[in-house]
Write a protein that binds this ligand. Structure first.
Ligand SMILES: Cc1ncc(COP(=O)(O)O)c(C=O)c1O
Length: 386
């Protein structure tokens, strides 16, 4: 018997395959980097330079306009925690949505309990699209911020950041975007879209290593540090220095990971182009959807009539548990997908899939049409067998 084909379609969790330049950059860093910011020796400076250059690339990617306002964290969860826990005061109110990941929801529940900061979650329509018209109706005198994901990690639907940014500007509210699914995938222009904070993770659409991520923060926004500790500078201060990015960074940086992120950003932006990557991924997602949409037993979630979305297709086969379907895809076909609730409970409540979950297929630059056709064949077989 031949070896089973293996197809990785869980790229919304993490892009498993990275460009070779990322592997090379991390490998080189592992034997050449000193501790950035802690030493003036050549090896430490090598690390510092690459980290600074990565800040510049992130600042350019989001049109932030100031690399010192880019803070690195170990993922977007840490960045979102920093922003959500470090910005608000007792009595404040924020508006968010049922599309959010637990990286936003849980900090919001926590600050409600610990700091008396209330929230309102905006709902979605039957295709899981945000009800943007509900945002303004829910603004109160004490509302301080709009916190929205750019794209749902469950349906792939993307929110219109221009439209939400206009509302934020009109009402003088902070606009915080969770770009975990879209950084490096869809264009994000902080100035044009009036965004104050973009939280990003390095290991998904940016094709960098796990353990990298961060926040791009508009100048003048003061986030109370989540952590304090060694910064390599101003050691006699009792508190975190005010200067950015040190204000929000302490402890030894993940310079090895950031060397990989630096390489992946160069690859993504200068070599391939994010439009190209998105066009490829979305073409694969479309091919997958088109190959299955005639099957009566299959139910899709999300809006597939637009290309302004993440390359995610979530579905169920009749009333089969999503975990069973996902297990079968893995064991019988070697196809990796992600079943269940995807750390986003409220969108599953809204779509009526709390018990069943959904089977999520997510495509990357490294997937091929052959991968898609193989997955279509597998799902068709499972959906026919029932
Ligand atoms: C929309 C969204 N937000 C936040 C996160 C958290 O990302 P990380 O685990 O890299 O912090 C994810 C990851 O699944 C996500 O999809």
């Amino acid at each position: 018997m031949g070896e089973m084909r293996r197809v990785y379609l869980d790229n919304a969790a993490t892009t498993m395959q990275k460009p070779p330049c990322v592997v090379e950059a991390v490998t080189a860093a592992l034997t050449s980097f000193g501790n950035s910011g802690r030493d003036t020796g050549g090896h430490a400076l090598d690390a510092s330079r690459v980290i600074y250059d990565a800040r510049c690339l992130i600042s350019d990617l989001f049109n932030l306009g100031n690399p010192k306002q880019v803070v690195f964290t170990c993922n977007s969860t840490e960045a979102l925690n920093m922003a959500i826990r470090g910005l608000f005061h007792r009595g404040d109110h924020v508006i968010s949505s049922v599309m959010e990941h637990n990286a936003v929801l849980r900090p919001l529940y926590d600050i409600e309990e610990d700091q008396g900061v209330s929230h309102t979650f905006i709902g979605v329509d039957e295709k899981g699209r945000l009800l943007v018209s509900e945002i303004e109706k829910n603004i109160r005198p004490e509302t301080k911020a709009l916190i929205f994901t750019h794209a749902s990690n469950v349906t792939g639907n993307a929110n219109d950041l221009h439209a939400i940014g206009k509302i934020a500007k009109k009402h003088g509210l902070l606009f915080i975007v969770d770009a975990s699914q879209t950084a490096g995938v869809l264009p994000i222009d902080m100035q044009d879209m009036n965004i104050d904070i973009v939280a990003f993770t390095g290991h998904k659409g940016l094709y960098g290593p796990q353990g990298t991520g961060g926040m791009a923060i508009r100048e003048g926004i003061d986030i109370h540090p989540l952590k304090s500790g060694g910064t390599g500078v101003l050691s006699y201060l009792k508190h975190q220095p005010e200067e950015m990015p040190t204000h929000l960074e302490c402890g030894t940086m993940n310079a090895h990971g950031l060397a990989g992120l630096h390489a992946s950003l160069n690859w993504l932006v200068k070599e391939v182009g994010i439009d190209q990557v998105h066009a490829h991924e979305i073409a694969l997602a479309k091919r997958f959807y088109e190959g299955l949409k005639d099957m009566e037993a299959i139910r899709f979630y999300g809006d597939y009539d637009t290309d302004q979305r993440a390359a995610i297709v979530s579905l169920n086969i009749a009333d089969y548990d999503s975990s069973e379907v996902s297990d079968q895809l893995e064991s019988d076909y070697g196809i990796s997908t992600r079943p269940g609730a995807h750390c986003a409970p409220l969108i599953h409540e809204a779509m009526g899939t709390v018990n069943q979950g959904m089977v999520r297929f997510a495509f990357s630059w490294f997937n091929t049409e052959e991968d898609v056709d193989y997955a279509v064949k597998a799902v068709r077989e499972l959906a026919t067998d029932i």
